[in-house]
Ligand binder design. Structure first.
Ligand code: KG4
Ligand code: ZN
Length: 336
């Protein structure tokens, strides 16, 4: 009956309320995600207090909807997995309180999951196979640009951004140029109509100090776009955004070139909201061919925050019986 095991995943670390049921083959049996984009759009970014309040409003209806829509017998739900770090504390608290309530009501264990580990597992949802360890992962989202080594069941950060996260750069540049929040999809769309070569943006981190380091930095790109906007007239937004997107993804690719030399990796995972970017996806496919390294990227619907990735990431912990206490805490920083 083990193959019928299901974990219910809860993700509320930022502004999406997402609940999912996932089985041990990482098949997503049902998922309900309530996006708050239309609310936060009005402010040009996520307002933490509003995000937390909306989670309170949506989380119980979302749980009910998944349970009603999916043909899963409650007796097969073996654990509840929830993001407890990193993220917005108010938002994390809502998901974690709901998870604790379900666990005590249903008398099943609680498993706390790190949001970044969840993003890595998003690449394995509905996939027939997952890479053998060690494998290299890149999580590119609104809050993170992290290179993570997954080896001996341990996640180790081997590269980080020194300033903005990649998604944050997309969001801030979009705001500067008058595109809606979230900026990533908006820039991706306008850049499709743009041409490269009409604006000069810098190639970042090429100095000897940074050339050989697995570090990222995107704030310089933001400043360069700002300078063009203030100095030039008749700006072609699509050409400028095509250039911006090209340079951001070029830096990501260049740092991956470095990271893949650090070990004999069995695979490369690229996940997180920015992994939905059309140019990045193409570049990663070419990268995988060039370096003969199997590539794992989430389906578009699993790139952003979702409960399914949290449930998938919890199966190993379920099998080893490593459960969380019902008085476990949440944290804005990575805990596990
Ligand atoms: O993973 P995610 O949903 O939330 C965080 O954990 O941060 O990522 C959200 C980020 C936002 O910054 C959004 O602008 C970016 O992912 N994003 C994209 C695209 N779709 C979403 N960035 C670039 N291109 C896209 N197509
Ligand atoms: Zn995320």
């Amino acid at each position: 009956m083990k193959d019928k095991d299901v974990i219910l995943g809860i993700e509320t670390s930022c502004d999406d309320t997402s609940i999912a049921l996932v089985d041990r083959n990482f098949s997503v049996l049902g998922m309900e995600t309530v996006s708050q984009d239309s609310v936060h759009k009005l402010f040009g970014g996520v307002i933490p207090e509003i995000a937390a309040r909306n989670h309170i409003a949506w989380i119980i209806p979302a749980i009910h909807k998944v349970m009603e829509k999916t043909d899963v017998d409650k007796k097969h739900i073996k654990a509840v997995a929830v993001t407890t770090s990193p993220g917005l504390v108010g938002s994390l608290l809502v998901g974690t309180a709901a998870a604790k309530g379900l666990c005590s009501g249903w008398n099943i264990p609680l498993i706390s999951v790190n949001h970044l580990h969840g993003h890595i597992y998003s690449a394995f949802l509905n996939e027939p196979e997952i890479p053998r360890e060690p494998f290299l992962s890149l999580v590119v989202s609104g809050g993170h640009t992290s290179l993570i080594s997954v080896k001996n069941n341990t996640f180790r950060i081997i590269g980080e951004t020194m300033d903005d996260a990649a998604g944050e750069a997309f969001d801030k540049v979009a705001k500067m140029i008058g595109l809606p929040y979230p900026g990533g999809p908006a820039i991706d769309a306008v850049a499709k109509k743009g041409r490269l070569g009409n604006y000069k943006l810098p190639r970042l981190l090429t100095s000897p100090k940074y050339r050989k380091k697995t570090l990222f930095s995107f704030s310089g790109m933001k400043t360069a776009v700002k300078k063009i906007l203030s100095e030039e007239e008749n700006i072609s937004v699509s050409d400028l955004m095509a250039e911006f997107q090209d340079k951001v993804t070029e830096l990501i690719e260049r740092k991956l070139e470095l990271a893949i030399t650090l070990n004999k990796w069995n695979g490369l995972v690229v996940a997180g909201g920015v992994s939905a970017n059309s140019v990045l996806r193409k570049k990663m496919q070419n990268f995988s061919k060039k370096h003969e390294i199997p590539l794992y990227m989430p389906e578009l619907k699993f790139c952003g925050d979702n409960g399914a990735m949290i449930a998938a990431a919890a199966f190993k912990r379920y099998d080893s019986g490593s459960f969380s206490s019902l008085d476990c805490d949440v944290s804005s920083e990575s805990l596990n």
